[in-house]
Design a protein around this ligand. Structure first.
Ligand code: FMN
Length: 174
């Protein structure tokens, strides 16, 4: 039996070089956003919002480049800015831990895997300056940008080898 899901997980990687002559279709972007919409979240609070930046959105393109000053991002032109709404997130009553980041992460990875299934590349980007992004783009009050997700056709078809710890280092014996 082929394990399609495992193959998909192995196929996803952080793509840092995109084709500049091709952009994801509206249908693909809709499927990707739908994968986020269907993600589970603590208490089903769905404390997320998504800002789609298309290649012709000059303000968005400039803001992303200012907030994330890395050369490789120049090849990317379609982005989903994944936002969290802290006030909507479930907070565990025993220790007041907000589950916002967990929920946003699940939605983001759903999008990455859906994009992979469509032959598209993505890369989680969190090492950006949120203040710069917020200063230039119209996030509603209480909506915080948490991840910049470029989405596009990979510039090459080499899937890098996964560097991961071995399973026996990760599974804790009872
Ligand atoms: C929460 C999170 C934040 C990340 N932030 C960045 C980032 O700012 N810039 C970047 O180039 N990669 C970023 N990455 C990608 C990781 O470096 C990458 O997932 C990891 O090295 C494993 O490689 P792989 O995704 O190719 O399997 C981030 C990944 C995660 C999950």
């Amino acid at each position: 039996m082929t394990n399609n899901f495992n193959a998909l997980v192995r196929e996803r990687y952080s793509c840092r070089a995109y084709r500049t002559d091709l952009a994801p279709s509206d249908e693909s972007l809709e499927l990707i956003l739908e994968a986020a919409r269907l993600a589970p979240s603590a208490c089903n609070r769905q404390p997320w919002r998504f800002m789609l930046i298309r290649p012709y959105d000059e303000k968005g393109q400039a803001a992303i480049r200012r907030a994330y000053d890395r050369e490789w991002i120049d090849s990317a032109h379609t982005f989903i800015i994944v936002c969290g709404v802290p006030a909507e997130a479930w907070v565990r009553p025993y220790d007041n831990v907000s589950h916002l980041a967990i929920d946003v992460a699940i939605a983001t990875e759903h999008m990455c895997l859906q994009a992979t299934a469509l032959g598209l590349g993505t890369c989680w980007v969190c090492h950006f300056d949120p203040a710069k992004l917020k200063a230039e783009l119209n996030f509603p009050e209480g909506v915080e940008p948490m991840v910049i997700l470029p989405v596009g056709f990979p510039a090459n078809d080499i899937i890098p080898e996964k560097k991961r710890r071995k399973l026996d280092e990760l599974v804790i014996p009872v």
